[in-house]
Design a protein around this ligand. Structure first.
Ligand SMILES: Cc1cc2nc3c(=O)[nH]c(=O)nc-3n(C[C@H](O)[C@H](O)[C@H](O)COP(=O)(O)OP(=O)(O)OC[C@H]3O[C@@H](n4cnc5c(N)ncnc54)[C@H](O)[C@@H]3O)c2cc1C
Length: 414
């Protein structure tokens, strides 16, 4: 058993953990990242990168390698007899999106962290956090059956949706709030270079019954597309859906349009959403990314929030706080609270099976849809910044303030 001491221990080398490691290393800290899987392990994901994610990658100097391979310009929504194109709106985040398989994307970020000065141990699992008076004093890391004790001044926990390490620290996920279930696959396609992310919001089974889910096709410009489907759920209204079966059916429906082969590497996973977790910090540790439910409930994107939370967490390391227990959740609530709570409240409507069939035809067809959906896409992707002063931005902020006041006491990193 070896004993290692570092400034910053990061648990998990997904996008959130690798970004945190790179920010911390660049800030001059000695950083150790431990990742339970191999570098570039697979992660069930749609692989889509919104402008918000690209913006964050630009801040790390990592965007060009991704956008030089492929860019997309926004969303195309299909269903209920209509099609609406919603380009990424101009905002401080820019107007470029992209997509990259997670094996490649995550390995690229982890290697950038190493190049930036962090040490990364792969196939290394963190367990047994030893907490004394709120301070995480040491962690056991097991790598190839060899145990090490790691002591760190600060610990950033980025261990994903299951957050097995976070749970040992007391992190709790509140599933009474809306969460996602989804499956993804990789499929060869003649339209792998299509420069739009496509979403089908009207899914029907063999009997032509509308299912309470949605499908996506995100081109990857490598001869394949990421094809998946998902649904929103709460404990009270669980989505009764076999996502893998739905995926196979959806792929058959899109086969001709997209020149599809057979879905491969089909996997499914859950998405915690909208900050519906508590126990996200202690005196010297913070939980970020999916483990902190940093996923937008209206579109399931979480890479951008993971990257942003990584940067926010690192800014707190040297800010002179003796205790991060309240500081970290307060920062999350200040940055994301209103938008996430509003999105969570709106997303709850989608868990009512009759909601989409009722509003879908209005939203996606004709002149109403053409005007409404680009705005909706901007709201769904949370591409409104504090600097935006247009009417829709002001209405969104006002609605966020109202929902926050009404739903005071709802779990939100607390
Ligand atoms: C079907 C689906 C589709 C999605 N589509 C999109 C999309 O298109 N765009 C988007 O932005 N988001 C999407 N998301 C969400 C996105 O995948 C997550 O938000 C993102 O992966 C979060 O990154 P993370 O770094 O927090 O966690 P992860 O990427 O899950 O990384 C956590 C890492 O921690 C490691 N780990 C866990 N426990 C330990 C431990 N004890 N010790 C050491 N290491 C540990 C794991 O091995 C893992 O590598 C989707 C999610 C799903 C399920």
């Amino acid at each position: 058993m070896s004993d290692v001491a570092v400034d910053v221990l990061v648990v998990g080398a997904g996008p959130a953990g690798s970004a945190a490691a790179l920010h911390a290393a660049r800030a001059g800290h000695e950083v150790l990242v431990v990742e339970a899987g191999p570098l570039g392990r697979d992660k069930t994901c749609g692989d889509g990168l919104t402008p918000r994610a690209i913006h964050q990658l630009e801040r790390l100097g990592l965007a060009d390698a991704i956008t030089s391979h492929y860019v997309n310009h926004g969303l195309k929504l299909h269903g209920y007899g209509g099609d609406v194109t919603a380009p990424w709106p101009s905002s401080a985040y820019g107007t470029l999106g992209s997509a990259m398989p997670r094996t490649a994307f995550d390995e690229y970020l982890a290697r950038a962290a190493i190049a930036g000065g962090a040490t990364v141990w792969d196939n290394a699992t963190a367990t047994a956090p030893d907490v004394i008076d709120g301070t995480l004093t040491r962690v056991t890391v097991t790598r190839s059956s060899v145990e090490s004790t790691v002591r760190a001044r600060w610990v950033i926990v980025a261990d994903g949706v299951r957050s097995t390490f976070g749970r040992q620290l007391g992190r709790e996920w509140h599933r009474g709030e809306v969460y996602g279930i989804a499956a993804r696959s990789y499929v060869s396609s003649s339209r792998s270079d299509d420069p739009w992310m496509h979403s089908h919001v009207e899914l029907r089974d063999e009997d032509d019954t509308i299912l309470p889910g949605y499908g996506w096709i995100f081109p990857l410009a490598d001869g394949t597309v990421n094809l998946g489907c998902g649904a929103l759920s709460t404990d009270a209204r669980p989505a009764r859906l076999n996502t893998k079966k739905l995926l196979a059916h959806y792929a058959r429906q899109q086969r001709t349009d997209w020149g599809l082969g057979e879905p491969e590497r089909v996997t499914s996973a859950m998405l915690p959403m909208g900050g519906a977790v508590s126990g996200v910090a202690g005196r010297n540790w913070m939980i970020i990314g999916d483990a902190a439910a940093g996923v937008n409930p209206l579109n399931g994107e979480g890479i951008d929030y993971g990257l942003e939370m990584a940067e926010h967490a690192v800014t707190l390391l040297d800010a002179g706080y003796a205790d991060l227990t309240d500081v970290w959740p307060q920062l999350l609530r200040d940055r994301y609270g209103e938008a996430f709570l509003l999105a969570r409240t709106a997303a709850r409507l989608l868990t009512y099976p009759k909601f989409l069939p009722a509003v879908g035809p209005l939203a996606l067809r004709g002149p109403v849809g053409a005007r409404l959906m680009p705005t909706a896409a901007r709201l769904m992707a949370n591409l409104i910044t504090d600097e935006d002063r247009d009417l829709m931005a002001r209405l969104w902020r006002a609605a966020g303030g109202t929902v926050s006041a009404v739903r005071r006491g709802t779990p939100l990193w607390s």
